[in-house]
Design a protein around this ligand. Structure first.
Ligand code: SAM
Length: 190
């Protein structure tokens, strides 16, 4: 998995935005923050090679629905082979027609995002947040992560403030040191 990730990061640096897949420890922190154990409908954005997906699989209740979106077809091919019982689509998070998956009155209970927000311009941060936050039920959680230190860069600060404007509570975890680079989790409660 790490080799595929490294190859794709070299070929698509801006969209991948990382040098290595997230660690199991960061994945566990994300899944706890998102409340996956009780979620009936889960959206994962930017699953990459699937470090969060494998923990989602282990934690999600029987019968829960899952949709994973990544714009990199090489990652989606890997994910489909690795998790044949889950649904993955190759699509940009800001454009996908989620109503087709959810149905007219559906909601996501949890959104797990591995997107590299700090590498995105403001227009893309806004486009994605405004496309997915309305689909999160009241009280649902969007969990995402930031690399420690990078969150202080202008794009990182702007992302935090855009996220905070769109939720009722925003918490940050302690730093997860066993990750390359060390990172922490934002949990945004709608
Ligand atoms: C930092 S990697 C994280 C991968 C994995 N979640 C992890 O933590 O190891 C970011 C992922 O987001 C995907 N991505 C970037 N921009 C995207 C977009 N607009 N829509 C969907 N996926 C996107 C990339 O292809 C990549 O798989």
């Amino acid at each position: 998995m790490s080799w595929i990730f490294f190859r794709e990061a070299l070929a698509n640096w801006r969209a991948t935005g990382a040098v290595a897949p997230s660690s199991a420890k960061l994945a566990r922190r994300m899944i706890r923050a998102a409340g996956i154990e009780t979620a009936r409908c889960i959206l994962e954005l930017g699953p990459g090679t699937g470090p969060f997906t494998s923990q989602i699989c282990a934690a999600m209740p029987g019968g829960a629905r899952y949709l994973g979106l990544d714009m990199n077809p090489a990652f989606v091919a890997t994910l489909r082979a690795r998790f044949p019982h889950l649904r993955f689509e190759t699509a940009p998070a800001q454009d996908f027609d989620y109503a087709e998956f959810l149905g007219p009155e559906g909601w996501f209970d949890a959104i797990v995002s591995g997107l590299p927000w700090t590498a995105f311009p403001e227009s893309l941060q806004v486009a994605i947040l405004d496309h997915v936050m309305p689909l999160l039920r009241e009280g649902g959680v969007l969990a995402t992560f930031a690399y420690s230190g990078f969150h202080l860069l202008p794009n990182g600060r702007r992302f935090r403030s855009l996220l905070s404007e769109r939720c009722s509570r925003l918490d940050s975890s302690r730093t997860v040191w066993p990750n390359l680079p060390p990172a922490f989790v934002y949990s945004a409660v709608k």
